[in-house]
Ligand binder design. Structure first.
Ligand code: DX5
Ligand code: ZN
Length: 217
């Protein structure tokens, strides 16, 4: 079964608790939270304090996507804030194996994300250590960008590597995911779909989720 993770980046932050509740009521499986530092990506978003507040308003797992340099420095803060999955970027971490185990040793799941230009072989050596691989299908930094079509082949190759490695690592896909391309992305091998602008751009989240689940079942 494919899991749906609405990305709060496209939610209305003026009423974030309501947005979180509505996404949960609509049937979201987890909430994707984008942390940006203005260095690794050109944009700045939210930090542990806001995640702590979100945690209090939902039972859904929090899937925290760190788009920051020096992620090791902040693992504790994000774990304490309530992250259930903490994903770091390959490109931002010098000692990825250590970072991944720092996260796992704190009792939560560890993910690693790859930018569109980053080859899969960059995580080949540690694939068995990973709970999740987050394939970026846009260059990170902003919501509402178009899906980079070559990502489909990258997802397929990642799936092959996972199968070959006999691990249970999940594939999450982030960026430009829509109702219209969801089926194709799942067919390529995705287990979790992140949806920002497509989800929060809807008037009725529940109705949309019904349509989406029907399309991908
Ligand atoms: C982009 C973020 C995404 C973003 C996706 O850097 O990592 O999670 O919210 O937004 P959409 O679904 O609108 O492309
Ligand atoms: Zn993201």
């Amino acid at each position: 079964m494919t899991l749906i993770a609405p990305s709060l980046l496209s939610a209305d932050f003026g009423k974030i608790a309501d947005e979180v509740r509505l996404a949960e009521e609509a049937g979201a499986d987890m909430l994707h939270i984008d942390v940006m530092d203005g260095l690794f990506v050109p944009n700045i978003t939210i930090g542990p304090l806001v995640i702590e507040a979100i945690k209090k308003s939902t039972k859904l797992p929090l899937d925290v996507h760190l788009m920051i340099v020096n992620p090791d420095k902040y693992i504790d803060q994000f774990v304490n804030a309530g992250a259930d999955i903490l994903t770091v970027h390959v490109e931002a971490s010098t000692h990825l194996h250590r970072t991944v185990w720092d996260i796992k040793n704190r009792g939560i799941k560890a993910g690693v994300s790859l930018n569109p230009a980053t080859p899969i072989y960059s995580i080949e050596e540690i694939i068995k250590d990973l709970d999740l691989i987050l394939i970026m299908s846009v260059n990170p930094g902003f919501g509402g960008q178009s899906f980079i079509s070559s990502s489909l082949d990258k997802i397929k190759r990642t799936k092959k590597l996972i199968t070959k490695s006999k691990t249970n690592t999940l594939i999450e896909v982030d960026g430009g995911v829509k109702l219209s391309n969801a089926r194709e992305i799942i067919n390529a091998g995705a287990d979790i779909l992140v949806m920002g602008s497509e989800f929060f751009g809807q008037k009725d989240y529940k109705k949309f989720m019904g349509k989406l689940k029907e399309k991908i079942k």
